[in-house]
Design a protein around this ligand. Structure first.
Ligand code: F6P
Length: 318
């Protein structure tokens, strides 16, 4: 392969820049031309390409966000739009692509590969909801951000003897919530894996109030319920003064942790090596510490499974 493009797509995630840098450096070290594609698949369609040299990815490994910008571009599902994107790639001689994003982005990578352009997907999302990888790029940073927020919330929760409910991101995936809940010593974690039962939640918080605990922290994944309504119900039923907080996009920004930088860098190297071997339609994962690759078709047919043990352990820590 003589020329490779790299793009970031979907929600940004800390560590994406480290992945871009790794793709660029690995290419340049191998004498492969490399282009950054701005604005994800939208930019691919519009030919928004920037040729990288050794200086282009300087001083970005420590920055959150993505220097290439990101966009959601549902129009890419249309085969005609994809054909036009491939024409844009041909104009600069771009033969293959590294796509950094979530499962939606993997779909585009698969479709392009089926149309003759080898693509490799890297799991870039804070949600950790991609199957066949223990961790996604950005998860560790977002988790640390949430834990820091919970530590701060604990201070005020404890001072006012309140119950504090924090809604965190993850789409349908509870990994951010359960890991943050354990790390911050939460009373209760609610995710799609625990199920949502208001009676049980209230019962648990009543027990906690009846014991020597004067405050409580509840972590809940987004899209489960309206946390402000839940706070009102908890307050009425338990007597705990209760406040709800939604952490929101704050979780998506910030300096990537060392863990995310290393993961992203190693995955970026792997992606270029796979393309050099003439492979496409694969995505990279880290399984038991090993950087490895799986067919995108396989990964998309799997469901991310939460570690059952972590929920059991969380209960033992109450
Ligand atoms: O997939 C990353 C994510 O941050 C999810 O956790 C969240 O549900 C979604 O993106 C938010 O999307 P947007 O940035 O488009 O509001």
């Amino acid at each position: 392969v003589k020329c490779i493009g790299v793009l970031t797509s979907g929600g940004d995630a800390p560590g994406m820049n480290a992945a871009i840098r790794a793709v660029a450096r690995t290419c340049l070290n191998k004498g492969i031309e490399v282009y950054g594609v701005r604005l994800g698949y939208k930019g691919l369609h519009e030919g928004k390409f920037m040729k990288f040299d050794r200086h282009s990815t300087r001083n970005i490994i420590n920055n959150g966000g993505t220097i290439l910008k990101s966009a959601r571009f549902p129009e890419f599902k249309d085969p005609e739009i994809r054909k036009e994107a491939i024409e844009q790639m041909k104009k600069v001689g771009m033969e293959a692509l590294v796509v950094i994003g979530g499962d939606g982005s993997y779909n585009g990578a698969l479709k392009l590969t089926e149309m003759g352009v080898n693509c490799i997907g890297l799991p870039g999302t804070i949600d950790n909801d991609i199957p066949d990888t223990d961790f996604t790029i950005g998860f560790d940073t977002a988790l640390n951000t949430i834990v820091e927020a919970l530590d701060r919330l604990r201070d005020t929760s404890s001072s006012h003897q309140r119950c504090t409910i924090l809604e965190v991101m993850g789409r349908r995936c509870g990994d951010l919530a359960i890991n943050a809940g354990i790390a911050a010593g939460a009373e209760l974690v609610i995710t799609s894996d625990t199920g949502y039962d208001e009676d049980k939640i209230i019962e648990r918080l009543k027990q906690s109030k009846a014991s020597d605990k004067d405050h409580a922290i509840v972590v809940i994944t987004e899209h489960i319920t309206d946390v402000n309504e839940l706070a009102k119900k908890v307050e009425a039923a338990t007597g705990f003064e209760t406040r709800a907080n939604v952490l929101g996009h704050l979780q998506r920004g910030g300096r990537p942790t060392a863990r995310d930088r290393v993961l992203a860098s190693r995955m970026g190297v792997k992606a270029v090596e796979l393309l050099e071997e003439g492979k496409g339609g694969l995505c990279v994962g880290e399984v038991h510490g090993q950087i490895t690759a799986f067919p995108i078709t396989e990964v998309l047919s799997h469901k991310h499974v939460a570690d059952a043990g972590i929920y059991e352990d969380a209960k033992k820590l109450r």
